[in-house]
Design a protein around this ligand. Structure first.
Ligand code: BGP
Length: 457
């Protein structure tokens, strides 16, 4: 039997835009997702836009009961900035009422709400000013954060500023999966820098608010593994880790951007504009804990014909097709559980063993209806296997001293996945989009109850 430390968090993660629905109702203003869907619905799987998602806005009470039923002791979701402050300044009382009852309900059912502030859902009014490209976004975000601490600080004891900042940077400014879907490495770095400063200023606002609790940030971690240990391949690995992991983890935990990253950006003419006083702010406002979302490693090799200065990250590290990889064919992501052990050891050794948790891990599968048993329950044994394999490696890391305090699955109830709509399902509960969003437990949901009751498996 694999046992986890006492008080370990067992739960799941989701976000406001992917679950709430009521996207343009109850006083919420548009985000880039609402606008993009209005402009280009054909980009979204089956024309599934952000308007209804999983209807948690109306169904949260049932959801919270289900959380308790399957033994979840914690749940991470986000507040929608555009719902709380539709114009960036004015408080929406309906939003305050909604979130207060949602969070209170969780507390009443023994589920700790861990609340995140930004999950890829840029308000449209801010995008019109340039989004994270504009320096003023930093102050706008700090004001939003302060407002959230004031309104919900009595209910929420663990806050996070951003979910996977690297993703909105990459997907919006390098890969075309998020609005504004442009390819511009230099802009991507500037957007990243302002995101970092927005995070730092939100941490500052938290410390100044006097609210009791802790604050952290959630980062996606795709540790790089190189084709070989040749000097060139190792350089590629290092560039990948610098850009995608250390860029946020170092300043968030150690209060400093790595000097190697600064040199890399300089060599490639990518240095962002910074304000005097920023480094002091970064140094002072480090976090209490870290959330790490782990889905897949990054296999890399030295690029064959790199261009300097680099036009895209692929000029610094090229993708390597590892012949032994195991793939989740629906999402196209490699399944490599051992990385969780490597990450645990990285946190122990490189980040002074700061408390951290697995804030997302999970497996998206298309067309899950085919796995229904005679009782109409999706028998997702593959998901149970996936979780077990990852937990085994996580456990090994904890046994060797890594300070991990929880595991959250992506996700609790099937939710909307950006351009992928409802194609891949991740939940412990399914959602029937043709039947009033009816929730039905899957085999993995039943198994999760045993997992949390036994604090292991
Ligand atoms: C993470 C995001 C989530 C979620 C998940 C699954 O990167 O934080 O929002 O979407 O990945 O990925 P996807 O929905 O793209 O399949």
């Amino acid at each position: 039997m694999i046992k986890f430390p006492d008080g370990f968090l067992w739960g799941a993660a989701a976000s406001a835009p992917q679950t709430e629905g009521h996207s343009l109702l109850n006083g919420k203003s548009a985000t880039t997702w609402d606008k993009w869907f209005e402009m280009n619905p054909e980009k979204f799987n089956d024309n599934q836009g952000p308007q209804d998602t999983s209807n948690t806005y109306e169904m949260y009470q049932e959801d919270v009961e289900n959380m308790q039923k399957i033994g979840m002791n914690s749940y991470r979701t986000s507040i929608s900035w555009a719902r709380l402050l539709p114009d960036g300044k004015t408080l929406n009382p309906e939003a305050v009422g909604f979130y207060r009852s949602y969070f209170q309900d969780m507390l009443d059912h023994g589920v700790e709400p861990i609340i995140n502030l930004f999950h890829f859902d840029m308000p449209w009014w801010l995008m019109e000013k340039g989004g994270w490209k504009a320096r003023e976004s930093v102050d706008d975000f700090a004001f939003y954060a302060k407002t959230a601490f004031e309104q919900f600080g009595d209910l929420v004891k663990r806050w996070t500023t951003f979910n996977e900042p690297i993703v909105h940077i990459e997907c919006g400014y390098l890969l075309g999966f998020h609005y504004p879907a442009i390819v511009d490495f230099k802009k991507a770095v500037q957007v990243g820098y302002h995101t970092l400063m927005a995070h730092v200023c939100a941490v500052k606002a938290f410390r100044e608010s006097g609210v009791d609790g802790q604050i952290g940030i959630i980062l996606n971690v795709s540790p790089a593994y190189s084709r070989s240990d040749s000097k060139e391949d190792m350089k590629a690995k290092n560039a990948s880790d610098l850009l995608s992991i250390y860029s946020f983890l170092d300043p968030a935990v150690l209060g400093k951007t790595p000097s190697e990253l600064i040199s890399l950006l300089k060599e490639n003419e990518l240095l962002p504009y910074v304000d005097a006083g920023d480094s002091a702010l970064i140094k002072k406002n480090t976090v209490d804990f870290i959330g790490l979302n782990y889905y897949q490693p990054n296999r890399v090799m030295a690029p064959e014909n790199p261009i300097t200065p680099a036009k895209t990250p692929e000029d610094l590290f090229a993708p390597y097709d590892w012949p032994d990889k195991k793939i989740n064919p629906y999402r196209g992501w490699e399944i490599y559980p051992k990385a969780l052990y490597d990450v645990a050891i990285m946190m122990r050794d490189k980040y002074h063993n700061i408390p951290w948790y697995v804030s997302e891990n999970g497996m998206g599968v298309a067309d899950e209806g085919r796995y229904k048993d005679d009782n109409g329950v999706i028998d997702d044994q593959y998901r149970i296997e996936f979780i077990k394999e990852h937990l085994e490696y996580l456990h090994k890391g904890i046994e060797e001293g890594s300070n991990c305090f929880g595991y959250h699955l992506w996700t609790f109830v099937d939710c909307w996945s950006w351009l992928n709509g409802y194609r891949n399902r991740y939940g412990l509960f399914s959602v029937d989009l043709d039947n009033d969003f009816k929730r039905t437990i899957k085999s993995s949901g039943k198994w999760f109850k045993e997992l949390s009751e036994n604090n292991g498996f």
